[in-house]
Design a protein around this ligand. Structure first.
Ligand SMILES: C[S@@+](CC[C@H](N)C(=O)[O-])C[C@H]1O[C@@H](n2cnc3c(N)ncnc32)[C@H](O)[C@@H]1O
Length: 409
Protein backbone atom coordinates (compact mmCIF):
# COMPACT_ATOMS: atom_id res chain seq x y z
CA UNK A 1 0.00 0.00 0.00
CA UNK A 2 1.41 3.41 -0.91
CA UNK A 3 1.42 6.19 1.66
CA UNK A 4 -1.35 8.10 -0.16
CA UNK A 5 -3.55 4.96 -0.26
CA UNK A 6 -2.83 4.50 3.42
CA UNK A 7 -3.72 8.14 4.10
CA UNK A 8 -7.07 7.65 2.36
CA UNK A 9 -7.83 4.58 4.48
CA UNK A 10 -6.84 6.25 7.72
CA UNK A 11 -8.50 9.60 7.07
CA UNK A 12 -11.82 7.95 6.26
CA UNK A 13 -11.70 5.69 9.30
CA UNK A 14 -14.00 6.26 12.22
CA UNK A 15 -13.03 5.54 15.80
CA UNK A 16 -13.42 1.82 16.30
CA UNK A 17 -16.33 0.95 18.60
CA UNK A 18 -15.04 -0.02 22.03
CA UNK A 19 -14.75 -3.78 22.39
CA UNK A 20 -16.31 -5.80 25.22
CA UNK A 21 -14.42 -5.81 28.49
CA UNK A 22 -11.99 -8.68 28.88
CA UNK A 23 -11.23 -11.06 26.07
CA UNK A 24 -9.90 -14.28 27.62
CA UNK A 25 -8.67 -15.68 24.29
CA UNK A 26 -6.66 -12.54 23.52
CA UNK A 27 -5.27 -12.47 27.06
CA UNK A 28 -4.21 -16.14 26.87
CA UNK A 29 -2.59 -15.48 23.49
CA UNK A 30 -0.76 -12.52 25.01
CA UNK A 31 0.55 -14.71 27.87
CA UNK A 32 1.84 -17.29 25.40
CA UNK A 33 3.50 -14.54 23.33
CA UNK A 34 5.28 -13.21 26.45
CA UNK A 35 6.52 -16.66 27.39
CA UNK A 36 7.46 -17.92 23.93
CA UNK A 37 8.56 -14.79 22.07
CA UNK A 38 9.23 -11.84 24.35
CA UNK A 39 10.90 -13.34 27.40
CA UNK A 40 13.82 -14.93 25.57
CA UNK A 41 16.76 -16.57 27.34
CA UNK A 42 18.76 -13.38 26.66
CA UNK A 43 16.16 -11.13 28.30
CA UNK A 44 16.00 -13.38 31.35
CA UNK A 45 19.77 -13.55 31.69
CA UNK A 46 20.23 -9.82 31.07
CA UNK A 47 17.70 -9.04 33.79
CA UNK A 48 19.67 -11.15 36.26
CA UNK A 49 22.96 -9.51 35.24
CA UNK A 50 21.46 -6.04 35.56
CA UNK A 51 20.15 -6.84 39.04
CA UNK A 52 23.60 -7.92 40.19
CA UNK A 53 25.28 -4.98 38.48
CA UNK A 54 22.94 -2.65 40.34
CA UNK A 55 23.79 -4.29 43.67
CA UNK A 56 27.51 -3.85 43.03
CA UNK A 57 27.08 -0.24 41.93
CA UNK A 58 25.10 0.45 45.09
CA UNK A 59 28.04 -0.92 47.03
CA UNK A 60 30.28 1.48 45.14
CA UNK A 61 28.04 4.38 46.24
CA UNK A 62 28.02 3.00 49.79
CA UNK A 63 31.80 3.11 49.82
CA UNK A 64 32.10 6.55 48.23
CA UNK A 65 29.63 8.14 50.65
CA UNK A 66 31.28 6.26 53.54
CA UNK A 67 27.90 5.04 54.68
CA UNK A 68 29.53 2.36 56.81
CA UNK A 69 30.77 4.98 59.27
CA UNK A 70 27.39 6.78 59.28
CA UNK A 71 25.53 3.58 60.08
CA UNK A 72 27.39 2.50 63.22
CA UNK A 73 24.05 2.89 65.01
CA UNK A 74 20.72 2.02 63.35
CA UNK A 75 19.56 5.10 61.42
CA UNK A 76 16.63 5.99 59.22
CA UNK A 77 17.11 7.16 55.64
CA UNK A 78 16.12 10.74 56.54
CA UNK A 79 18.89 10.94 59.17
CA UNK A 80 21.42 9.59 56.69
CA UNK A 81 20.36 12.12 54.04
CA UNK A 82 20.54 14.97 56.55
CA UNK A 83 24.00 13.95 57.75
CA UNK A 84 25.19 13.89 54.15
CA UNK A 85 23.62 17.34 53.65
CA UNK A 86 21.55 16.12 50.71
CA UNK A 87 18.55 17.93 49.24
CA UNK A 88 14.95 17.55 50.41
CA UNK A 89 13.43 14.22 49.42
CA UNK A 90 16.86 12.60 49.02
CA UNK A 91 15.82 10.35 51.89
CA UNK A 92 13.66 8.56 49.31
CA UNK A 93 16.80 7.76 47.32
CA UNK A 94 18.69 6.70 50.43
CA UNK A 95 15.84 4.51 51.68
CA UNK A 96 15.61 2.72 48.34
CA UNK A 97 19.38 2.22 48.23
CA UNK A 98 19.70 0.92 51.79
CA UNK A 99 16.58 -1.24 51.57
CA UNK A 100 17.89 -2.94 48.45
CA UNK A 101 21.35 -3.47 49.96
CA UNK A 102 19.82 -4.83 53.17
CA UNK A 103 17.59 -7.25 51.28
CA UNK A 104 20.18 -8.46 48.83
CA UNK A 105 23.64 -8.20 50.43
CA UNK A 106 25.27 -8.97 53.81
CA UNK A 107 26.71 -5.45 54.26
CA UNK A 108 23.67 -3.70 55.76
CA UNK A 109 20.98 -4.93 58.09
CA UNK A 110 17.46 -3.59 58.28
CA UNK A 111 15.76 -2.98 61.61
CA UNK A 112 11.99 -2.66 61.31
CA UNK A 113 9.92 -2.73 58.16
CA UNK A 114 8.89 -0.71 55.15
CA UNK A 115 9.39 3.04 55.16
CA UNK A 116 10.05 3.14 58.91
CA UNK A 117 12.99 0.78 58.60
CA UNK A 118 16.35 1.79 60.04
CA UNK A 119 19.64 0.49 58.76
CA UNK A 120 22.88 -0.54 60.40
CA UNK A 121 26.29 -1.31 58.93
CA UNK A 122 27.37 -4.95 59.10
CA UNK A 123 30.49 -5.24 56.93
CA UNK A 124 32.51 -3.24 54.45
CA UNK A 125 31.72 -4.10 50.84
CA UNK A 126 34.82 -5.04 48.82
CA UNK A 127 35.92 -3.04 45.79
CA UNK A 128 33.15 -3.83 43.28
CA UNK A 129 35.36 -3.03 40.26
CA UNK A 130 36.28 -6.61 39.23
CA UNK A 131 32.67 -7.85 39.60
CA UNK A 132 31.34 -4.92 37.59
CA UNK A 133 33.82 -5.62 34.80
CA UNK A 134 32.94 -9.32 34.73
CA UNK A 135 29.21 -8.59 34.63
CA UNK A 136 29.70 -6.09 31.82
CA UNK A 137 31.59 -8.67 29.81
CA UNK A 138 28.76 -11.18 30.25
CA UNK A 139 26.23 -8.55 29.25
CA UNK A 140 28.21 -7.62 26.14
CA UNK A 141 28.09 -11.30 25.18
CA UNK A 142 24.30 -10.96 24.90
CA UNK A 143 24.62 -8.02 22.49
CA UNK A 144 25.84 -4.45 22.77
CA UNK A 145 22.31 -3.00 23.14
CA UNK A 146 21.98 -4.75 26.49
CA UNK A 147 24.95 -2.77 27.79
CA UNK A 148 22.92 0.45 27.57
CA UNK A 149 21.17 -0.58 30.79
CA UNK A 150 24.59 -0.72 32.49
CA UNK A 151 25.66 2.63 30.98
CA UNK A 152 22.52 4.16 32.44
CA UNK A 153 23.44 2.95 35.94
CA UNK A 154 27.05 4.11 35.53
CA UNK A 155 25.67 7.54 34.64
CA UNK A 156 23.72 7.63 37.89
CA UNK A 157 26.71 6.61 39.99
CA UNK A 158 28.87 9.21 38.29
CA UNK A 159 26.35 11.99 38.97
CA UNK A 160 25.05 10.79 42.34
CA UNK A 161 26.31 13.56 44.59
CA UNK A 162 25.96 16.26 41.96
CA UNK A 163 22.25 15.39 41.61
CA UNK A 164 21.48 15.09 45.30
CA UNK A 165 23.54 17.96 46.60
CA UNK A 166 25.08 20.40 44.16
CA UNK A 167 22.74 20.53 41.15
CA UNK A 168 19.37 19.05 42.23
CA UNK A 169 17.68 19.85 38.90
CA UNK A 170 20.35 18.06 36.85
CA UNK A 171 18.66 14.66 36.45
CA UNK A 172 15.29 16.26 35.72
CA UNK A 173 16.85 18.25 32.91
CA UNK A 174 18.34 15.03 31.57
CA UNK A 175 15.13 12.96 31.85
CA UNK A 176 12.91 15.54 30.22
CA UNK A 177 15.20 16.39 27.34
CA UNK A 178 16.35 19.79 28.62
CA UNK A 179 19.95 18.65 29.01
CA UNK A 180 20.87 18.20 25.36
CA UNK A 181 24.34 16.83 26.13
CA UNK A 182 22.88 13.60 27.46
CA UNK A 183 19.84 13.30 25.18
CA UNK A 184 21.39 10.39 23.28
CA UNK A 185 21.93 8.35 26.42
CA UNK A 186 18.33 8.88 27.53
CA UNK A 187 17.02 8.02 24.07
CA UNK A 188 19.09 4.82 24.13
CA UNK A 189 18.01 4.03 27.69
CA UNK A 190 14.31 4.24 26.76
CA UNK A 191 14.47 2.71 23.29
CA UNK A 192 17.66 0.75 22.46
CA UNK A 193 17.96 -1.11 25.73
CA UNK A 194 15.97 -4.31 25.06
CA UNK A 195 14.94 -4.53 28.71
CA UNK A 196 13.20 -1.16 28.40
CA UNK A 197 12.09 -1.54 24.82
CA UNK A 198 10.00 -4.53 25.79
CA UNK A 199 7.51 -2.27 27.59
CA UNK A 200 6.51 -0.65 24.29
CA UNK A 201 6.44 -4.05 22.59
CA UNK A 202 4.11 -5.37 25.30
CA UNK A 203 1.74 -2.43 25.08
CA UNK A 204 1.55 -2.73 21.30
CA UNK A 205 0.98 -6.48 21.44
CA UNK A 206 -1.80 -6.17 24.01
CA UNK A 207 -3.60 -3.43 22.05
CA UNK A 208 -3.24 -5.25 18.73
CA UNK A 209 -4.36 -8.65 20.01
CA UNK A 210 -7.41 -7.19 21.76
CA UNK A 211 -8.48 -5.17 18.74
CA UNK A 212 -8.47 -1.85 20.61
CA UNK A 213 -8.14 1.45 18.80
CA UNK A 214 -10.19 4.53 17.95
CA UNK A 215 -9.06 7.86 19.36
CA UNK A 216 -5.84 7.24 21.28
CA UNK A 217 -4.38 9.75 23.73
CA UNK A 218 -0.79 8.89 24.59
CA UNK A 219 0.60 10.54 27.73
CA UNK A 220 4.31 10.94 28.43
CA UNK A 221 5.06 9.66 24.92
CA UNK A 222 8.57 11.12 25.10
CA UNK A 223 11.13 9.56 22.84
CA UNK A 224 8.44 7.55 21.08
CA UNK A 225 8.82 3.97 22.23
CA UNK A 226 5.05 3.57 22.59
CA UNK A 227 3.84 5.04 19.29
CA UNK A 228 6.66 3.45 17.28
CA UNK A 229 5.91 -0.06 18.52
CA UNK A 230 2.18 0.34 18.22
CA UNK A 231 2.20 1.62 14.64
CA UNK A 232 4.74 -1.01 13.61
CA UNK A 233 2.71 -3.79 15.19
CA UNK A 234 -0.63 -2.63 13.77
CA UNK A 235 1.10 -2.30 10.41
CA UNK A 236 2.10 -5.98 10.47
CA UNK A 237 -1.62 -6.85 10.81
CA UNK A 238 -2.61 -4.33 8.15
CA UNK A 239 -4.64 -2.73 10.94
CA UNK A 240 -3.33 0.84 10.99
CA UNK A 241 -6.83 2.04 10.11
CA UNK A 242 -7.82 1.09 13.64
CA UNK A 243 -6.14 4.30 14.75
CA UNK A 244 -8.85 6.89 14.16
CA UNK A 245 -6.75 9.69 15.62
CA UNK A 246 -3.52 9.49 17.62
CA UNK A 247 -2.87 12.34 20.02
CA UNK A 248 0.74 12.17 21.15
CA UNK A 249 1.67 14.23 24.20
CA UNK A 250 4.59 14.89 26.53
CA UNK A 251 5.93 17.71 28.68
CA UNK A 252 9.14 17.89 26.67
CA UNK A 253 9.02 19.96 23.53
CA UNK A 254 12.34 18.47 22.40
CA UNK A 255 10.91 14.94 22.60
CA UNK A 256 7.65 15.99 20.92
CA UNK A 257 9.47 17.53 17.96
CA UNK A 258 11.85 14.63 17.52
CA UNK A 259 9.19 11.93 17.74
CA UNK A 260 6.87 13.89 15.44
CA UNK A 261 9.57 14.09 12.76
CA UNK A 262 10.22 10.37 12.97
CA UNK A 263 6.55 9.34 12.89
CA UNK A 264 5.71 11.70 10.02
CA UNK A 265 8.55 10.17 8.05
CA UNK A 266 7.65 6.55 8.74
CA UNK A 267 3.82 6.70 8.92
CA UNK A 268 2.76 9.75 6.91
CA UNK A 269 -0.82 8.51 6.55
CA UNK A 270 -1.63 8.13 10.23
CA UNK A 271 -3.78 10.92 11.63
CA UNK A 272 -1.65 12.28 14.49
CA UNK A 273 -1.67 15.42 16.61
CA UNK A 274 1.20 16.55 18.79
CA UNK A 275 0.72 18.53 21.92
CA UNK A 276 2.06 19.39 25.34
CA UNK A 277 0.21 17.68 28.20
CA UNK A 278 1.18 17.39 31.84
CA UNK A 279 -0.53 14.39 33.35
CA UNK A 280 -0.40 16.07 36.76
CA UNK A 281 -2.63 18.85 35.42
CA UNK A 282 -6.18 18.84 33.99
CA UNK A 283 -6.02 16.85 30.73
CA UNK A 284 -8.68 18.75 28.87
CA UNK A 285 -7.17 21.50 26.77
CA UNK A 286 -5.67 22.49 23.49
CA UNK A 287 -5.81 19.62 20.98
CA UNK A 288 -7.08 17.08 23.50
CA UNK A 289 -10.20 15.69 21.80
CA UNK A 290 -13.60 15.47 23.45
CA UNK A 291 -13.95 11.80 22.55
CA UNK A 292 -11.18 9.42 23.67
CA UNK A 293 -11.32 5.61 23.41
CA UNK A 294 -7.91 4.73 24.77
CA UNK A 295 -5.54 6.50 27.16
CA UNK A 296 -2.16 4.96 26.49
CA UNK A 297 1.15 5.37 28.31
CA UNK A 298 4.42 3.45 28.14
CA UNK A 299 6.46 3.78 31.28
CA UNK A 300 4.90 7.12 32.03
CA UNK A 301 1.67 6.67 34.04
CA UNK A 302 3.77 6.18 37.18
CA UNK A 303 4.85 9.82 36.89
CA UNK A 304 1.43 10.78 38.31
CA UNK A 305 1.91 12.31 41.70
CA UNK A 306 -1.64 11.81 42.93
CA UNK A 307 -2.48 8.50 41.28
CA UNK A 308 -6.12 8.29 42.44
CA UNK A 309 -6.79 11.78 41.04
CA UNK A 310 -4.98 10.95 37.79
CA UNK A 311 -7.00 7.75 37.32
CA UNK A 312 -10.27 9.54 38.07
CA UNK A 313 -9.31 12.07 35.43
CA UNK A 314 -8.62 9.32 32.88
CA UNK A 315 -12.00 7.82 33.70
CA UNK A 316 -13.64 11.16 33.11
CA UNK A 317 -12.02 11.85 29.71
CA UNK A 318 -12.68 8.34 28.37
CA UNK A 319 -15.79 7.47 26.40
CA UNK A 320 -17.98 4.74 27.94
CA UNK A 321 -16.44 1.35 27.08
CA UNK A 322 -12.99 2.91 26.69
CA UNK A 323 -9.92 1.98 28.65
CA UNK A 324 -6.53 2.96 29.98
CA UNK A 325 -3.59 0.84 28.86
CA UNK A 326 -0.37 1.47 30.77
CA UNK A 327 2.71 -0.56 29.82
CA UNK A 328 4.46 -0.33 33.16
CA UNK A 329 7.32 -1.46 35.29
CA UNK A 330 5.81 -2.97 38.43
CA UNK A 331 7.29 -3.55 41.87
CA UNK A 332 6.77 -7.24 42.56
CA UNK A 333 8.15 -6.51 46.07
CA UNK A 334 6.25 -3.28 46.81
CA UNK A 335 9.31 -1.71 48.52
CA UNK A 336 12.16 -2.78 46.29
CA UNK A 337 13.91 -0.31 44.02
CA UNK A 338 14.27 -1.24 40.36
CA UNK A 339 17.87 -1.27 39.06
CA UNK A 340 17.36 1.77 36.83
CA UNK A 341 16.13 3.72 39.84
CA UNK A 342 19.77 4.02 40.83
CA UNK A 343 19.68 6.83 38.28
CA UNK A 344 15.98 7.75 38.21
CA UNK A 345 15.90 8.29 41.99
CA UNK A 346 18.25 11.21 41.42
CA UNK A 347 15.45 13.13 39.73
CA UNK A 348 13.00 15.26 41.67
CA UNK A 349 10.06 14.28 39.45
CA UNK A 350 10.71 10.57 39.92
CA UNK A 351 11.08 10.91 43.71
CA UNK A 352 8.17 13.33 43.86
CA UNK A 353 5.75 11.03 42.04
CA UNK A 354 4.00 9.72 45.06
CA UNK A 355 1.27 10.84 47.24
CA UNK A 356 1.80 7.71 49.26
CA UNK A 357 -0.97 5.42 50.42
CA UNK A 358 -1.39 1.78 51.35
CA UNK A 359 -1.87 0.94 47.66
CA UNK A 360 1.22 2.93 46.70
CA UNK A 361 3.70 2.85 49.58
CA UNK A 362 6.64 3.83 47.37
CA UNK A 363 7.14 6.62 44.88
CA UNK A 364 6.59 6.09 41.16
CA UNK A 365 6.19 2.38 40.31
CA UNK A 366 3.28 0.50 41.82
CA UNK A 367 2.85 -3.15 42.70
CA UNK A 368 0.36 -5.18 40.62
CA UNK A 369 -2.04 -5.27 43.58
CA UNK A 370 -1.67 -1.51 44.06
CA UNK A 371 -2.68 -0.88 40.45
CA UNK A 372 -5.75 -3.12 40.75
CA UNK A 373 -6.91 -1.41 43.93
CA UNK A 374 -6.50 2.13 42.61
CA UNK A 375 -8.07 1.33 39.22
CA UNK A 376 -11.09 -0.21 40.92
CA UNK A 377 -11.42 2.81 43.23
CA UNK A 378 -11.43 5.10 40.18
CA UNK A 379 -14.30 3.15 38.57
CA UNK A 380 -12.35 0.86 36.22
CA UNK A 381 -12.43 -2.89 35.92
CA UNK A 382 -8.72 -3.78 36.29
CA UNK A 383 -6.91 -6.38 34.22
CA UNK A 384 -3.17 -7.05 34.41
CA UNK A 385 -1.41 -8.72 31.51
CA UNK A 386 0.26 -11.19 31.45
CA UNK A 387 -0.77 -13.48 34.27
CA UNK A 388 2.15 -12.51 36.53
CA UNK A 389 1.80 -15.48 38.88
CA UNK A 390 1.69 -17.88 35.96
CA UNK A 391 4.78 -16.23 34.44
CA UNK A 392 6.86 -16.31 37.64
CA UNK A 393 8.31 -19.75 37.06
CA UNK A 394 9.45 -18.94 33.52
CA UNK A 395 10.82 -15.49 34.43
CA UNK A 396 11.39 -15.17 38.20
CA UNK A 397 12.72 -11.59 37.97
CA UNK A 398 9.90 -10.33 35.75
CA UNK A 399 9.18 -6.64 36.19
CA UNK A 400 6.77 -5.63 33.44
CA UNK A 401 3.02 -5.62 33.01
CA UNK A 402 0.37 -4.08 30.85
CA UNK A 403 -2.04 -2.49 33.28
CA UNK A 404 -5.52 -2.19 31.77
CA UNK A 405 -8.51 -0.41 33.27
CA UNK A 406 -11.81 -0.96 31.48
CA UNK A 407 -14.42 1.75 31.82
CA UNK A 408 -17.87 0.19 31.77
CA UNK A 409 -19.84 0.77 28.56
C1 LIG B 1 10.33 7.00 31.23
S1 LIG B 1 9.92 8.20 30.03
C2 LIG B 1 8.96 7.24 28.93
C3 LIG B 1 8.90 7.84 27.57
C4 LIG B 1 8.25 7.00 26.50
N1 LIG B 1 6.87 6.69 26.80
C5 LIG B 1 9.05 5.77 26.25
O1 LIG B 1 8.69 4.70 26.76
O2 LIG B 1 10.04 5.89 25.54
C6 LIG B 1 8.78 9.22 30.85
C7 LIG B 1 8.26 10.36 30.01
O3 LIG B 1 7.34 11.09 30.79
C8 LIG B 1 7.52 12.47 30.51
N2 LIG B 1 6.99 13.18 31.67
C9 LIG B 1 7.62 13.49 32.83
N3 LIG B 1 6.79 14.14 33.65
C10 LIG B 1 5.60 14.23 33.00
C11 LIG B 1 4.34 14.82 33.32
N4 LIG B 1 4.15 15.42 34.48
N5 LIG B 1 3.36 14.72 32.41
C12 LIG B 1 3.54 14.12 31.23
N6 LIG B 1 4.71 13.55 30.87
C13 LIG B 1 5.73 13.61 31.74
C14 LIG B 1 9.00 12.65 30.27
O4 LIG B 1 9.27 13.81 29.51
C15 LIG B 1 9.32 11.35 29.55
O5 LIG B 1 9.20 11.50 28.16
Amino acid sequence: MTSSELAAVVDSSRPAPPSENRDPAASDGFDRWCRDALYSASVIEATAILDRYCDHQLQAVYRTLELGSLLREPSGAAEVAARLRLVDSAEITMHALLYRLARRTPFVEMVGQGLDARFVHRADPPDPGPELAALRERMAGLGSAYCVSLDFLDFGVEHFERSLRDDPDFMDRMLSGREGTFAELWHAATNLDPLQDLHGAMGAEAITRHGWGGVILELGGGTGNGIRHLLQRLGTEDALARVGHYVFTDISVRFLMKTRAEVKRSWPGVNCSWTFADLNQPLRGFRIPEHIDLVYAVNAAHVARDMPAFLRQCHEVLAPGGRVVFAERVRIDPYEMAPRELTLNLSVYHRGAALRSEARPMHCYLSPGGWSTLLREAGFEPELLPDLDGMAEHFPQQYAAVVVGHKPA
